[in-house]
Design a protein around this ligand. Structure first.
Ligand code: SF4
Length: 90
């Protein structure tokens, strides 16, 4: 499996903490998208993630921050034409 955001950023938010486990780690609806584990390779589209040690907002609220994130561009490069920017929860 390819690198997930918590492995790349070594954020430690894949473990229980004061603000819980990051939703990117537990988002089962995003599993295997961009070859990741749960939301680990589509974290920019997962609401409420814990980057920078605080609970972030929705995709729309995070988009400017995530656009600056080197992990987001790394995933796009690695996935090429199969890259997914968003996902749907049914
Ligand atoms: S979204 Fe951010 S805080 Fe959450 S696991 Fe990924 S890198 Fe860590």
């Amino acid at each position: 499996m390819k690198q997930n955001c918590w492995e790349f950023r070594k954020c430690g938010r894949d473990k229980e903490s004061d603000i819980g486990i990051c939703p990117a780690v537990t988002e089962i609806y995003a599993n295997s998208i961009n070859s990741g584990k749960n939301g680990g390779r589509i974290c920019w589209a997962v609401p409420g993630t814990h980057c920078d040690d605080k609970i972030q907002g929705t995709y729309a609220q995070k988009v400017l921050m995530c656009r600056e994130c080197d992990f987001r561009w790394k995933v796009q490069e690695e996935e090429g034409s199969s890259f997914k920017l968003i996902y749907f929860t049914y």
